[in-house]
Design a protein around this ligand. Structure first.
Ligand SMILES: *Cc1c(COP(=O)(O)O)cnc(C)c1O
Length: 363
């Protein structure tokens, strides 16, 4: 009993034969790193996103780190992102030695507030990392216009947004580069860690291929100090099976979201805010309410899983104390952290379950 936030077992059972076969095929080939599955997945993801290149790496965090490194970003540089996201969006900026600079979020979409963005640009700014939070794209074309005026790089953090669109353009296809995560709970999830960078920049792609492999173009000839961050063959084979179902699954999430929108209309609960030009994929379906604790209690009592995304905005995280931010600096993000609550939203969720969840919320 009980309804989980996400049901990975249910998803696996729908594609078990194909997945099991793919895993056995890799075992049979006994090729595990930098092999044909990874290369095929790179091609398929590039085609899916409409980009020239895709470079597979160990996880979504590394996708951001390697891209920042490849753009030559480091100490003394500033990179702008949002405080309402998973830690990695800003952690990676600090990892390469640069300084994360935050800009508050839009109260409707919870994405970076593009009206505030330009004010944060200084002579030290080198890049912008817009995050497509919960699977709804930011207007990256507008970010690119702002970036062009200041000669900045734009790296989309598309970890939650593979398949999402803005004015019909896919997440990852507009920025100078974009990072995807295939963490198991993402919309396209591996059975372990995995990530990918997409770009139209061939030079960048070849830099990234070196960086993920100890700075090598040819094995044992090291051009630069790199990393060990490859997407292994097992995960690549699994992701290739799952990629075929991604559009169908994303459409399923959109259907569930629409049903919630209808069932919960007219309540005091604030539904997920939509940008009319965006086609979201509902990585998470996130409600907002001033009475979050009470809502959590009701859901818990009814056996319905729920989770806070995110409890603490990044500018108030202890790890970023040295940046000198304080409560009140980004009021929209802070309020979102006090009010946001994700409820179950995944393709296998049943209509009766959605009615049950809506009744609990309204009750
Ligand atoms: C998941 C996530 C990441 C990091 O991806 P990993 O694969 O877990 O390293 C980065 N940014 C955002 C917004 C994420 O949701």
């Amino acid at each position: 009993m009980g309804i989980p936030l996400l049901d990975l077992k249910a998803q696996y059972l729908t594609i078990k034969d194909e997945i099991d076969q793919a895993i056995f095929d890799v075992l049979d080939s006994s090729v595990y790193i930098l092999g044909p599955q990874m290369k095929a997945l790179e091609k398929e993801i590039a085609v899916y996103c409409g980009t020239e290149e895709a470079v597979a790496v160990g996880n979504g965090t590394d996708a951001l780190v390697l891209t920042l490194k490849a753009f030559g970003i480091g100490p003394g540089d500033e990179v702008i992102t949002t405080p309402f996201t998973f830690f990695a969006s800003a952690e990676t900026i600090a990892q390469v030695g640069a300084t994360p600079v935050f800009v508050d979020i839009d109260p409707v979409t919870l994405n970076m507030d593009l009206n505030e963005l330009e004010k944060k640009i200084t002579p030290q700014t080198k890049a912008i990392i817009p995050v497509h939070i919960f699977g709804q794209m930011v207007d990256v074309e507008r970010v690119m216009e702002i970036a062009a005026r200041h000669d900045l790089k734009v790296i989309e953090d598309a970890a939650q947004a593979i398949g999402a669109e803005y004015r019909g353009k896919k997440a990852g296809s507009i920025g100078h580069a974009a990072a995807f995560s295939f963490f198991p709970t993402k919309n396209l999830g591996a059975y372990g860690d995995a990530g990918m960078i997409v770009t139209n920049d061939k030079d960048l792609a070849s830099q990234l291929r070196m960086l993920r492999f100890h700075g090598c173009q040819t094995k044992y000839y090291h051009e630069k100090i790199g990393y060990n961050s490859r997407l292994d063959e097992m995960q690549a084979a699994i992701l290739r099976v799952k990629l075929k179902y991604l559009d169908q699954w994303n459409e399923g999430r959109r259907e569930k979201a629409k049903i919630y929108d209808q069932l919960l209309a007219g309540t005091k609960i604030q539904l997920p805010g939509r940008d009319p030009l965006a086609t979201p994929i509902y990585h998470l379906y996130v409600l907002r309410t001033e009475e979050r604790n009470a809502l959590m209690e009701k859901l818990k009592a009814g056996g319905v899983a729920n989770a806070i995304y995110y409890p603490v905005p990044l500018h108030l995280q202890r790890a970023f104390r040295s940046l000198g931010y304080k409560a009140g600096d980004f009021p929209v993000a802070e309020k979102a952290c006090e009010q946001a609550l994700a409820i179950p939203c995944y393709p296998e969720l049943g209509i009766e379950q959605q009615h049950e969840i809506a009744a609990l919320i309204k009750g």
